[in-house]
Design a binder for this molecule. Structure first.
Ligand SMILES: C[S@@+](CC[C@H](N)C(=O)[O-])C[C@H]1O[C@@H](n2cnc3c(N)ncnc32)[C@H](O)[C@@H]1O
Length: 396
């Protein structure tokens, strides 16, 4: 492909990504992968270049652009080499005419920035779109950190995580044979901290209420030596279905799954009420803590979607509390740096549930910062995804 044809391809892919962000369709990664499959003629250099242009544009622009061309013109305005490729050559983009509209640069709309947790200052926003490293969790059921670190060049231990291994961005770790036999999982340090903050022990009866594909479920199984009984529930069949094969690969044998029907969650969990020693609610959220990895989530964040998340989080927080045995613990987690999804949810929970108390010291020393009644992990302070965590103890 010519360099101009790569730019035109990036424009077409950005058109699809922007439409999908507006309509709540598939994520950017899936769209890019599909676009590459459809363009078999593109070589590996072409693919790398196109992917680079697409993600540079997504990182640069704060809202879903009106068109892929408007997005690429924003990059062209700052990069004469890209501007020169708007040359009207075959398969390339048409020449730039007059005052063609460009997409606006920036992190997110100002009204959304105003909702960030007060701990998020300019130092944090500067790194919220930086490329993230690839974090692994050595699976202690089958391996250990030194063995996993030894598989990769430039592997570093992650501070505060006995099983954490950090690799340079885009290391093809999952292509290593050790992955296919369960020696490690790909898991950001913040998610590893979240699983450990549950304070689970081998004798515990645990519910993971929003288990998804089981990232944290598996970390909890490993932390308890595969001795705890874990119920992994979720309303999303496609995600939950991934858990059984993942558990099998990881050597985790005591995880049961439960597919919940939306609206009937409490009824379907009726026999578990008041009986769990530990419950984790890793609630659906804006994903604003993961913009380094999924920068296009910014384009999906509207006030209406945020309101829906906040309402769902409060409902799941309450349902999680109903499941906890007297004196048991509930971990509330969101991969978000928006205060309403984090510290405000805990404040409101405590008003609705007098008698519950907040646990301190749920993270290793030096990791995270107190944020209201919980803790906030951030890319700038902790070098991991943004995550809000709070652990609460039920009255006896
Ligand atoms: C942040 S994700 C969970 C990620 C997962 N815990 C992990 O570590 O990989 C939130 C999950 O909540 C699930 N969810 C949304 N509404 C739910 C509900 N009403 N009941 C249970 N799960 C729900 C979503 O399907 C999604 O998988």
């Amino acid at each position: 492909m010519t360099p101009a044809a790569r730019v035109q391809t990036a424009i077409e892919i950005l058109d699809t990504i922007a439409a999908s962000a507006r309509e709540g369709g598939p994520p950017a990664d899936a769209i890019v992968a599909e676009a590459m499959r459809a363009r078999r003629y593109a070589g590996s250099k072409d693919r790398r270049a196109i992917r680079g242009l697409v993600y540079d544009a997504i990182r640069a622009i704060r809202l879903a652009p009106k068109s892929g061309r408007a997005a690429m013109l924003t990059l062209a305005a700052a990069d004469p080499e890209i501007a020169a490729l708007f040359d009207g050559s075959p398969y390339g983009p048409a020449p730039i005419v007059g005052n063609e509209p460009r997409a606006e640069r920036g992190l997110v709309a100002p009204h959304l920035m105003a909702m960030f947790d007060p701990l998020i200052g300019a130092d944090e926003t500067a790194v919220m779109l930086a490329r993230a490293p690839l974090d692994l969790r050595a699976n202690r059921l089958l391996s250990d950190r030194d063995t996993v670190a030894g598989l990769f060049a430039d592997a570093q231990p992650i501070a505060g995580l006995a099983d954490g291994v950090r690799l340079p961005p885009e290391t093809a770790a999952v292509q290593d044979a050790a992955y296919s036999i369960g020696l490690f999982e790909v898991q950001d340090a913040a998610s590893q901290h979240a699983a450990l903050a549950l304070d689970a022990a081998p004798q515990h009866n645990i519910v993971d209420l929003c288990a998804g594909a089981g990232g944290k479920t598996l970390a909890i199984a490993a932390a308890t030596g595969d001795q705890a009984d874990i119920l992994a529930a979720d309303t999303n069949r496609a995600r939950l279905q991934q858990l059984a094969p993942r558990a099998h690969r990881a050597g985790a044998t005591r995880i049961k799954t439960l597919l919940l029907n939306p609206g009937q969650e409490a009824a379907m969990l009726a026999d578990r009420m008041g009986s769990a020693d530990r419950v984790i609610v890793d609630a659906p959220c804006s994903g604003s803590g993961t913009w380094r990895r999924s920068p296009e989530l910014r384009w999906r964040l509207t006030s209406a979607r945020l309101e829906r998340h906040v309402a769902d989080q409060a409902k799941l927080f309450d349902l999680g509390a109903e499941l906890v045995a007297p004196g048991g613990k509930l971990l509330y987690a969101v991969c978000s740096i928006i205060a309403r999804e984090g510290r405000a949810q805990v404040d409101e929970f405590l008003t609705r549930h007098p008698g519950w108390t907040v646990d301190d010291g749920i993270l290793p020393d030096g990791i995270g910062r107190p944020a209201g009644s919980g803790f906030l992990l951030t890319p700038g302070h902790d070098g991991c995804d943004g995550f809000f965590l709070a652990r609460l103890t039920a009255p006896c």
